[in-house]
Write a protein that binds this ligand. Sequence first.
Ligand SMILES: Nc1nc2c(ncn2[C@@H]2O[C@H](COP(=O)(O)OP(=O)(O)OP(=O)(O)O)[C@@H](O)[C@H]2O)c(=O)[nH]1
Ligand SMILES: [Mg+2]
Length: 306
Amino acid sequence: MGIFKTTIFQSVKQAFTKTKDQITDKLSEVFSKKTIEPGDLEQIENILLQSDFGIEFTEKLLEILKKKIRNGEEITLQNLKEITQQIFISEYNSLIKDSQLTHSSPHFIILLGINGSGKTTTIAKLANYYSNLNKSVVIGSCDTFRAAANEQLNIWAKRTNVQIIEDFSKDPAAVAYETCNVALNNSIDVVLLDTAGRLHTNKNLLDELKKILNAVKKVAKEKSIEIFLVVDGNSGQNAKNQLNEFSKVVNVTGLIITKLDGTAKGGSVLQLCLANKVPIKFLGIGEQVNDFVEFDPKDYIKSIFE
Ligand SMILES: Nc1nc2c(ncn2[C@@H]2O[C@H](COP(=O)(O)OP(=O)(O)OP(=O)(O)O)[C@@H](O)[C@H]2O)c(=O)[nH]1
Ligand SMILES: [Mg+2]
């Protein structure tokens, strides 16, 4: 378990190398002379904003720094890193305290998000993740719009060796209903439903999403349904809008942030964490099924600032 945990941390660290380099290099320049003065704060603000930490968090951090300067305290780069980690962890813990779902069996999971955010790849990653936990998995191919989407999911189902339910005359809600029933009748542990990419402005597609959800509810009855919004880690401020808009239509229970490998905007994870009470569940850090980690706020913030 210890080794496993270390490996995950190494992967997270690896994924955030660019963000870390960007922040650390630039902050090191600011701190190169001595300790910081009020005139340096603007530069620190810009560095954090460029990495997508978001205005709210950045402002909060700057307030603390200003106070310390006023009190005549010396601030070093190490102090700044520690303060950032502390605020993040304490805010995160207070935000997500009450937001964890209790899981039933089957565990119903629907993925949604805008086009190309990484939903289908994430379905494969989740299938692999749960299979590795010795859970049985069935995938529902509810993106019935594009033949290519179904083909893509079939390839992943084969690779991850899990059952896939598809077609049903190309009705996404019918596929969802059937997939959930197959799981229920065969004591399958996890249901993963892939959906078509959609914008929050497309009414027809949002109605279709509601139909999918209703189909799942018919089978799940009182059991909890997990709805994960899949967000591209490069989308910055726009990620928050996506969450706000989709939350008006369905009850988003968790976030999955993808494509964090190679981005210097890893602060977006922090921003999304603190934006509302929706917890981040997983991070996508590459195109392969194993490029996927459970989100751990401590690992995350350490990987950026240590
Ligand atoms: N580097 C990287 N690429 C990713 C990650 N997740 C997905 N991708 C890539 O992003 C592209 C889109 O991924 P899909 O899984 O097809 O996205 P989608 O949301 O299902 O797309 P639509 O169904 O068209 O809405 C593919 O080229 C994936 O390989 C990730 O974590 N890292
Ligand atoms: Mg897809």
